[in-house]
Design a protein around this ligand. Structure first.
Ligand code: SF4
Length: 366
């Protein structure tokens, strides 16, 4: 895949830069380095995205920054909001490529009995996806390119800005949107660090989840990053035969190799891996599948998140009934597995991965 920079305009995308990099840029043009923290505080701390509004910067510096750097580069092509508040936004980047970002509202029940508002952004890391999961709209047409650090950060910043306008706060981040985050490894790691940084969005590492379909070498590399983020493995099939059928990329990666990599992750970080399992009616939801999944979850000491499939027009998979999903969940729990069934959020808002983009005629066959 061709490396890409947001170079369609002459301006640099400021959100590509870390604090150190912005300090170096400013120092190179004769400015004191502390200006970098001021700028980033305006952007990430207050979600101000126009240099002219950064009132504690000298006017000449504001003009120079505005001439050389862009904060937001995407155009919002579409957005839809479901009755449960899930909001999905289609962003178009300067080269014409588009990706989806989702904000998911939910509530955490605390031990005190009080609810805490959770506001999660689901980020995309690639334009399209090469993994090609048979049940996913984003995989149709493959991947056009990787997103940049700035493009990943811009998705989060835009959601933080929307939430600020509603007097709410972004609390959690999941890399579960379009693309395979570990296939765009360097960008994903830089974005995780910028999201977590005190000069960035300040999201705690334990509130950041990176989801992967399963690249063992990258999982082992992630284990050595010194991070405390959550790793979610999108398993979707509990045996090699079915997994290879549902996830074409899995053909080169035996399940055993993948599970060993997850054990390494747990061994190095002490963080339990989460297993994501999308229930497809009549495909991966039999009692035998529940037994196989339970064995894997117990081996990894993993939590299982079940999700009932959001049907995608033109794809041959259907959603199990609530009764079937409940049965599968009960079978896992009977075997001592810590499992939950996650509500499908925003079913009405084209919320299945890649569907808003598809509605706009993209991602349809390469
Ligand atoms: S489910 Fe995720 S990994 Fe699979 S094709 Fe869709 S975006 Fe790619």
């Amino acid at each position: 895949m061709e490396p890409y920079t947001s170079g369609m305009s002459a301006k640099q995308h400021l959100l590509d830069l870390s604090l150190d990099q912005l300090e170096a840029e400013l120092e190179g043009s004769g400015e004191p380095t502390y200006r970098a923290r001021q700028v980033l505080h305006w952007i990430f701390g207050r979600q101000v995205t126009h240099f002219t509004d950064m009132t504690d910067l000298p006017g000449a510096l504001r003009d120079r920054l505005d001439a050389d750097l862009s904060i937001l580069v995407a155009e919002e092509l579409d957005s839809s909001k479901a009755p449960d508040g899930t909001t999905k936004t289609l962003l178009q980047w300067p080269d014409g490529a588009s990706t989806e970002t989702v904000m998911i509202p939910s509530q955490d029940r605390r031990s005190s009995g009080r609810d805490r508002q959770r506001r999660t952004v689901c980020l995309s890391t690639q334009v399209g996806c090469d993994v090609g999961c048979r049940f996913c709209a984003s995989g149709i047409g493959g991947s056009q390119r990787d997103l940049t650090v700035g493009e990943v950060m811009e998705q989060a910043l835009r959601v933080a800005q929307q939430l600020r306008d509603q007097e709410e706060r972004l609390t959690h981040v999941v890399f579960m949107g379009m693309g395979e985050p570990l296939a765009n490894y360097g960008v994903t790691m830089a974005a995780v660090r910028h999201l977590n940084a005190e000069w960035g969005l300040g999201i705690g590492q334990r509130r950041i989840t990176v989801s992967t379909v399963g690249l063992p070498t990258q999982i082992e590399r992630l284990a050595r990053e010194g991070l405390q983020i959550t790793l979610a493995l999108s398993l979707h099939a509990p045996n090699d035969e079915l997994r290879q059928e549902l996830i074409p990329w899995a053909r080169g990666v035996p399940l055993e190799r993948l599970l060993q990599a997850c054990e390494t992750y747990f061994g190095e970080t002490g963080r339990e891996v989460t297993l994501e399992y999308c229930l497809l009616a009549g495909t991966n939801d039999s009692p035998v599948h529940a037994d196989q999944l339970a064995a894997i979850a117990k081996r990894l000491r993993a939590h299982v998140n079940l999700l009932s499939y959001n049907p995608v027009e033109g794809l041959p998979f259907t959603r199990p009934t609530d009764f079937q999903s409940h049965d599968f969940l009960a079978a896992l729990r009977r075997q001592g597995v810590n499992a939950h069934h996650r509500q499908s959020r925003g079913l009405e808002a084209n919320a299945a991965c890649g569907q808003l983009r598809r509605r706009h005629g993209e991602g349809l066959g390469a």
